[in-house]
Design a protein around this ligand. Sequence first.
Ligand code: NIG
Ligand code: FE
Length: 418
Amino acid sequence: MINYTYIGPISQLITFEETPLKGALHDDGLAPKKNQGILMKNGRIEAVDDHGALFAKAEKLKAKIYGLPKKSTVLPGFIDSHTHICFSGDRALDYARRNAGMTYLEIAEKGGGIWDTVTHTRNAGQQELAQLTAQRANLLLSRGITTIEVKSGYGQSIEEELKMLRAIAQAQKLTKATLVPTCLALHIIPREFKGKAEKYVDTIVNNLLPIIKEENLAARVDAFIEQGSYTPLMVKPFFEKARESNLDITVHADQFTTGGSKVAINYEAVSADHLEASGEVEIALLAQSNTVATALPGATLGLGCGFAPARRLLDQGACLAIASDWNPGSAPMGDLLTQASILGAFEKLTSTEILTGMTYRAAHALRREKIGRIRPGYAADIVVFETGNPHEVLYRQGQLRPSKVFKNGELIQQAHDI
Ligand code: NIG
Ligand code: FE
C-alpha cells in the first residue's frame, strides 16, 4: 500500500540542500523558502515545492494532509550524534559534590564517578535497560530529535557490554526514533583489570568485537582517550581490529588533555568528540581532515568548564557537529536544542552553523546519507516550530519546542506548549 502525507503551507522552509559540509556558514545559508509544501511517500520525502501546485497533487493522491499555522518554521529532524542514554541510576550526588568543590578523584573514592553508573547498569536487567533507553529516546523524539546515537560503555566486560548493546537493539523496538548503537567498550579501565588494562583490551578485541559483528549489534566503536582512561597506545589494537572489521571509529577526544584528536585523525575516525582542550594544532589538523569535530556543550554545562573551540574549528574549515552527550555524570541535562543554542551564544556561531551541526553535519558524523536535509529521497524526518522567524528557534534557547514532529512521514508529536 502506498501512503502519502502532505504538510503545508510552510511559511519558512529550511532544507540545507545546498549547504557545504565543512567550514564557516553565513546566516544567508538558512535560505528559508516561502509558502512551500512537502509531499511524503512511504516515509520518504517525495517532493518539495510551492504549496499551491503540490497541495493540489497531494489532494489528488488522497494524501493525509496536515495544515500548518500561518507562521511556521520547518527544519530537518534533529540528530543527536553522541549520547549515553542506556544507563541505570543517577549521579545527582556527584553533581552536588563537584559543585561543592570536591575533585574527580575524591568523588571516585567516595564511590561516585563513571564506575557508580557501571555498577547500577550491571545490576539492571536487559529489559529494564531497554525500557529506560526507549523512554529517554521518546522524550528526545518529542523534542524533534529523530535520530539518536546511543553508546554502550557502562558494562565494561564482555557480557555486560553485550547486554547493553542488546538492550539498545531491544529499545529500538520501543521507540520510533532511529537509534544508532556504538560500542564504547574502552570507556574506563574496569576495576577487575586495574593495572592490566592491556589484557582487557585484548579480550575486547578478540572476544567482543567478533560477536558484535556476528550479531550486527553495532557498526561503530568508540574509546575514551584521556589521562586515567586509555592512552593512544592502548587503543591501537581495538581501532586496528575495528578498521579491519569495517566498523566506523569515533573517539572521546581532547576532553581534559590533548592526544585523542590526533588518534582519531590517524584512524580516519568519522568523528572526534568533546575537544574542550583542543588547541591551535589540533584545530588545524581536524580542519584539514575528514573527521567531524563534535562539540558537546552538555558536558561543559554539566562540569562547569570551557566549551569546545567551535568558532575556531569552523573558521579553520572543520565540519562541526553538536551533540548532547546525555549521560548521568558529566552531561545530565540531555537537551540538545538548549545546549546548542547556548554554545552558539558563547562561541558566536551563526544560526546556520548551529542548526546544520544538529542536522546535515551530524548526519555526516554518523555516516547516514539520507537524513539531515529536506530533499526528495531523504527520510521524512521533519520538525515544525510555530514561528515565522527561524532565528527564534535558537533565540528561545530551547524553550520553543516543536509543535509537530514527523518521523518517517508519521506524525509523532503535536503540542501547543509554546
Ligand atoms: O562523554 N568522557 C567520558 N565519558 C562520558 C562521561 C560518562 C559519565 O560520566 O558517565 C562523557 O562525558
Ligand atoms: Fe560521551
